[in-house]
Write a protein that binds this ligand. Structure first.
Ligand code: FAD
Length: 275
């Protein structure tokens, strides 16, 4: 069989997904240990860094980030501010929130500076299984084109690869037009004609907010359905979660399920920014 991209038989570290989390991990690893260069590969079917992030921000017409300018994939917290020196209009109040294009350009610069362009293999990982190699424990990764690679370590940075559909959707008995009930992740505002349409948005997070603004600006009448009162917050979680104050306790927790609970409690459901 002919493969368009041939992968090596083994690799030290396989990172699955090429979004902002994978990019952040990669730059931090390289900063700590330059020797890791050439010892890791990143797998993403898009073949590019940040493709899902870029698509989602464009599809929802998000003008700027919710997080301030110090949160980005470069290990130097001030790197984005430095990059933005000639583009001050793209940092938005109240805490210098980076504009979407600015953040995208900055990430491309991070990729260039850290020489990571060639690191992404344009293939999805289909399965992972534990594998013993000369009595050493390894992982066997099966790729979408049938190739396999043995990895010493694997990082899953796949984001929300699986769309969460509430149970009640599957309980709908009557036939309905499938394109009228959709998940936010499959919506591209740029392709929608909504003049005079009525739209119900279920959920009270910032994604609902962006969708509502986008639909209203296209002439739709929008209803928001939220389980509780609309919660107004500048950030997803208390700023203490972005530093050692709360993260110390989080990293000290070895149980993954407990960690998920901690994340859910910290986020305390969806919220929207005052704007
Ligand atoms: C409306 C909205 C606003 C947001 N605002 C902010 C903000 O202001 N600040 C902030 O920090 N975050 C914000 N976020 C969140 C941010 O977008 C996500 O946290 C971030 O994109 C997650 O990064 P990630 O690398 O984990 O995943 P993603 O960006 O989703 O990347 C995951 C990648 O994994 C790949 N992948 C999945 N499965 C496989 C597989 N089997 N094999 C290979 N590759 C695979 C996908 O193709 C994708 O490219 C926002 C999100 C939304 C929806």
């Amino acid at each position: 069989m002919q493969f368009t991209t041939t992968v090596p038989a083994t690799i030290d570290l396989a990172i699955i997904g090429a979004g902002p989390h994978a990019l952040t991990l990669t730059t931090h690893l390289l900063q700590k240990r330059q020797k890791i260069k050439g010892k890791f590969l990143v797998f993403d079917p898009s073949g590019r860094w940040m493709s899902q992030w870029e698509h989602q921000f464009k599809a929802l017409e998000i003008p700027h980030l919710r997080s301030p300018a110090v949160h980005h994939p470069d290990p130097n917290a001030f790197a984005l501010r430095k990059f933005a020196e000639s583009r001050p209009d793209e940092l938005f109040p109240p805490y210098d929130l980076p504009g979407t294009q600015l953040f995208e350009d900055f990430c491309q610069d991070v990729i260039r500076v850290w020489q990571l362009q060639e690191q992404v293999i344009p293939l999805a990982v289909k399965s992972i299984e534990p594998f013993s190699h000369h009595l050493r424990s390894r992982f066997r990764l099966c790729l979408q084109d049938g190739q396999e690679i043995i990895a010493r370590r694997v990082v899953l940075a796949t984001g929300n690869a699986q769309i969460q559909i509430p149970d009640w959707v599957n309980q709908i008995q009557t036939v309905y037009p499938q394109d009228r009930l959709c998940h936010s992740q499959t919506i591209d505002l740029r392709k929608l004609q909504l003049m005079g349409k009525r739209v119900l948005i279920v959920g009270g997070g910032l994604t609902s907010g962006h969708l509502a603004v986008g639909a209203i600006s296209r002439g739709a009448k929008v209803h928001l359905m939220i389980r509780r009162n609309l919660s107004e917050k500048l950030f997803d979680a208390e700023p203490g979660w972005l530093g050692p104050k709360y993260l110390k306790g989080f990293f000290a927790q070895p149980d993954w399920e407990q960690r998920v609970t901690m994340i859910q409690q910290a986020r305390n459901g969806g919220s929207m920014t005052p704007a």
